[in-house]
Design a protein around this ligand. Structure first.
Ligand code: ADP
Ligand code: MG
Length: 963
């Protein structure tokens, strides 16, 4: 290896410009730049190797930062470029930019281009082998971006104890285009693997590795170098991104690799003996870049916005700390066999010197320990020891000058010159082979068994990864299905409860419905009752109103009568007064003449006076009474209104009472007749007595001797008369009793009869009314049927008319056709003969006009008929409707009539039955005595009336009936 040289990590700071959203938000631009290497934030200065302002272009930045590294790498040094900073501070912009845009492309594409440009300009003897790898570290797992199946690669150390990613795809590239293709492929794979690229890229570290091996075909000089281009994850704190749950774990892991990077840098900066490279895979991979054999540049990307103030400051502090790290860089030269030999010899020399020194010092030590003093010239001296060794070597070289140093130490081996030559040739050949092998696949040859293991590990880890993925999927599925289940359960519960509720509701509704139905029934019943009641009431009302009208008329009559009577009374009064006056005058004149003549006249006069005074008082009372009557009349007129209502009720009673009175008067008359008959009887008996007495007197005169016997006879006669009288009286009393009974029965019957008569009257009136209504209806019906008939007739007429019109039209049409034909033929003829027949044409014209007129009239008539027809048709449904309604009404009325008739019939029947019953009840009583008694009474009454010269009382009819 070339001489190692210490160098610090270069730290560059780059500020991006304010982005559009920050400008829109009005964020302040906080960094203040001082010179090339200092930036001030809030007055505090931060120093770096170089500070780049926001307006730095990609080209400027590349030239200033990365160009030198390309040269270093191609000279055989390792190189690393980190981009550190919070998310969207410009890391990716700086590292990659727009990969295919010449202006905005970042460091990586430019480096690739530069490397190849450099190679093309180099010596032709140089052979380059360039491999690229592209992987990302996410959650401390290395994923190959050039082979998506490699998801969890491990970190191993090579023979020089330099860590490298084992099994990572290494793609050999021969042109910048191939490199860019690889980068594109890797980026594509990265996009495919994740759902949210922005989030993912801010949480993963992406590492692009360029491995360069160069060989000088002439000198066999080989140089190897690695260039790591690292786009780190966002350095922001977890709190700011608002991460939670699994995202938080993720963030911790990311922060873990970043914080272990910080720890490594701190440890290196403090110069501590232990550097925790193994804390994370990233620090392990970049072990060489941090404090190892590497030229490292760290780009600190910052946001200028005041919003990111805190993050920017912590980023700047991180950069400052990293700046103190010292790396020891050396050329990675691969030695040829010759060089190795030389190196071995050199080392052997050194070894010899050291051995000599050790033995010398041991000798000196034992002498000192023994208590001897070692003189100064015998004490250990570096120069002396060196010289001694060289002297010894010189002596040996002199002995076996052609012997190879390797085998010079082998004791007891003695070789001839030819053998030695052969041997040396063999050795060089072997060395050569060894070199070749090492060059071809150093790791492969050395770690064949290891590779198998790694492959298996890789496979296993892939499997594990797959299984984990599956498990996650399953878990997700499980949770989602659980969630679904929960939601379904709740839904089910809800539905069940809803179902219950709706059931309840349905029950309630049913109940309510039942109640309603019951209510409805009740109500309909009530309605029916009410309707009936209403009907009854309306009937009653009608009755009442009719009776009221009659009473009114009666009242009117009564009033008239009272007026009339008043008039009569006044007339009478006036006539009386006149009479009085006349009497007074007469009296006055007769007084003077006859005053002295007689006392009889005086008496008469006093009598007359008395009469007059009586009359006067009577007149006065009459006047008073008339006044009183007048006042009472006015009152009664008022009362009348009130009593009108009662009057209707009283009507029936009055009529009943009248009937009663009638019957009573009848009865009275009967009684009178009886009385008269009895009196007559008494008269007869008296006459007989008188006759008998006369007979007795005659007998006494004739038979004086037989007085005693005559007296006896007389007594007997008297006894006879007595007994006769007694029987007579008994007969009379019994007759009177009977009479009373009969009278009672008669009055009852009469009442009943009266009632029934009234009822019948009412029914009769009703019947009449209904009959009238029915007649009216039937009349209407007849009218309607007549109308209908007429309409039918009209329709038929219309049809006939239409037909005739059509026929007419047809004939007209034919005529017209004929006419046209005729005209045509005439025209033809005219054309042929060229001579006019004016007379014929005028006749034709007249005919035509006549026909046209006819046609016009006919069309008019036709139109009119059509219109009439339409109107009639329009009226038909209306009339039909009316007809139907009327028919219905007629039906209803007929039904009502029938009902009324039936009612009347029933009532009549009832009445007849009642009558029959009464008759039956009365008959047996009257069977025996009544007719004889009645006949006797009638005879007696007749005789009496004849005797008194009467033609007979009101009951002549009944007497005639009896006769
Ligand atoms: P990071 O990789 O740090 O999350 P990006 O590189 O994606 O951030 O940058 C975020 C946005 O800012 C990108 O749209 C990018 O184009 C823009 N940007 C970053 N740095 C600069 C710059 N120096 N000049 C112009 N635009 C920039
Ligand atoms: Mg980025």
């Amino acid at each position: 290896m070339a001489d190692p040289a210490e160098c610090t990590i270069k730290v560059m700071c780059r500020f991006r410009p304010l982005n559009s959203s920050e400008v829109a938000r009005g964020d302040k631009y906080i960094p203040k730049f001082q010179g090339d290497d200092c930036v001030q934030i809030a007055g505090k200065p931060y120093y770096f190797d170089c500070v780049f302002q926001s307006n730095t272009t990609q080209v400027q930045f590349y030239n200033a930062v990365a160009q030198k590294i390309v040269r270093d790498v191609l000279e055989g040094y390792n190189g690393t470029i980190f981009a550190y900073g919070q998310t969207s501070s410009g890391k990716t912009h700086t590292m990659e930019g727009k990969l295919h845009d010449p202006d905005t492309m970042g460091i990586i594409p430019r480096i690739v281009q530069d490397i190849f440009n450099y190679i093309y300009s180099m010596d032709e003897n140089l052979e380059f082998h360039i491999k690229v790898s592209y992987f990302e570290i996410y959650l401390d797992k290395i994923r190959d971006l050039l082979d998506v199946s490699k998801t969890n690669l491990s970190v191993h150390e090579d023979k020089n104890r330099v860590p490298y990613v084992k099994g990572c795809t290494e793609r050999f590239v021969c042109s910048p285009e191939e490199v860019m293709d690889a980068i594109d492929e890797g980026k594509n794979n990265r996009h495919v693997a994740v759902t949210n690229m922005n989030e993912h890229s801010s949480r993963s570290h992406s590492i692009f590795l360029i491995n360069i091996k160069q060989e000088n075909t002439q000198t066999d000089q080989k140089l190897t170098s690695k260039l790591y281009l690292v786009d780190l994850a966002g350095s922001e704190k977890v709190g700011k991104t608002g991460a939670e749950g699994t995202v938080l774990d993720e963030a911790k892991m990311i922060n873990k690799s970043l914080s272990s990077l910080g720890n490594v840098i701190s440890a290196l900066a403090e110069g501590s003996t232990y550097v925790p490279y193994r804390d994370s895979k990233m620090t392990r991979i970049l072990q060489d870049s941090l404090g190892g054999n590497c030229r490292t540049t760290m780009i600190i990307c910052c946001s200028p916005s005041s919003f990111n103030d805190a993050e920017t400051r912590s980023t700047l502090l991180f950069g400052q700390r990293a700046k103190t790290i010292k790396n020891t860089v050396s050329l990675n030269v691969e030695l040829t066999a010759e060089q190795w030999k030389k190196k071995w010899e050199k080392e052997k020399d050194r070894n010899k010197t050291l051995k000599n020194t050790v033995s010398w010092l041991e000798n000196e030590l034992t002498r000192w320990r023994k208590g001897e003093t070692v003189p100064v010239e015998e004490q250990f001296d570096k120069e002396k020891a060196k010289a001694e060794v060289q002297a010894l070597d010189g002596a040996l070289n002199n002995d076996k000058i052609t012997t190879a140093p390797v085998f010079s130490s082998l004791p007891g081996v003695k070789l001839t010159d030819a053998e030695r030559d052969k041997y040396e040739a063999e050795m060089t050949k072997l060395y050569k082979e060894l070199d070749d092998k090492v060059r071809k696949e150093p790791t492969e040859t050395l770690h064949i068994s290891d590779k198998k293991d790694d492959d298996e590990i890789n496979q296993q880890s892939q499997l594990v990864e797959k299984l984990k993925q599956q498990m996650l999927d399953q878990e997700e599925l499980l949770t989602s299905s659980r969630r679904d289940h929960d939601t379904l359960q709740t839904e089910l519960n809800r539905l069940l409860s809803e179902n219950e509720a709706s059931k309840e509701e349905v029950k309630e509704v049913l109940q309510a419905l039942e109640e309603l139905a019951v209510n409805y029934d009740q109500k309909s019943q009530e309605v029916e009752d009410k309707a009936k009641e209403f009907e009854a009431l309306s009937e009653e009302l009608n009755e009442k109103s009719s009776s009221l009208a009659s009473i009114d008329s009666e009242l009117q009559k009564l009033k008239e009568m009272t007026n009339h009577q008043k008039k009569r009374v006044t007339e009478m009064m006036s006539s009386l007064l006149k009479d009085l006056a006349e009497i007074g005058v007469a009296l006055g004149s007769s007084d003077i003449k006859q005053q002295e003549s007689s006392g009889v006249i005086d008496e008469e006069f006093t009598v007359a006076r008395l009469y007059i005074s009586k009359l006067k008082s009577e007149v006065k009372t009459m006047v008073k009474r008339s006044k009183h009557l007048e006042s009472t009349q006015s009152e009664s007129a008022q009362k009348m209104e009130a009593t009108e209502r009662e009057l209707t009720e009283c009507q029936l009673r009055i009529s009943q009472h009248e009937a009663k009175i009638k019957s009573l008067t009848d009865c009275l008359q009967n009684v009178e007749q009886k009385k008269r008959q009895l009196e007559e009887n008494v008269d007869c008996l008296n006459e007989e007595i008188v006759r008998i007495k006369a007979q007795e007197k005659v007998n006494a005169m004739e038979k004086e001797n037989e007085i005693q016997s005559a007296n006896e006879v007389k007594e007997a006669v008297e006894k006879q008369i007595q007994s006769h009288r007694e029987t007579h009286q008994r007969q009379i009393s019994s007759l009177r009793d009977e009479l009373d009974n009969k009278e009672k029965i008669i009055t009852e019957l009469q009442d009943l009869n009266q009632n029934i008569m009234l009822e019948q009257e009412r029914l009769r009136v009703e019947h009449e009314k209904l009959k009238a209504a029915e007649q009216e209806k039937s009349r209407q019906l007849q009218e309607l049927t007549v109308l209908q008939d007429r309409r039918e007739q009209a329709r038929q007429d219309l049809k006939g008319l239409e037909e005739t019109v059509a026929r007419e039209l047809q004939t007209l049409h034919n005529l017209r056709r004929l006419f046209v034909q005729d005209l045509a033929t005439r025209v033809k003829k005219k054309g042929q003969t060229d001579s006019d027949d004016t007379e014929g044409s005028t006749a034709q014209k007249q005919k035509i006009t006549f026909l046209e007129n006819n046609l016009q009239q006919l069309t008019k008539v036709h139109k009119q008929l059509v219109r009439d027809n339409a109107e009639l048709r329009g009226e038909i449904p209306k009339l039909e409707k009316r007809l139907r309604a009327t028919a219905e009404r007629v039906k209803a009325l007929e039904a009502a009539l029938k009902e009324a008739k039936e009612n009347a019939a029933r009532d009549r029947n009832r009445y007849q039955q009642e009558m029959e019953r009464i008759k039956d009840a009365v008959k047996p009583k009257n069977m025996g005595r009544r007719p004889s008694a009645q006949i006797v009474l009638a005879l007696i009454l007749k005789r009496k009336y004849q005797k008194w010269g009467f033609s007979g009382p009101g009951n002549t009819q009944s007497t005639s009936e009896w006769e």
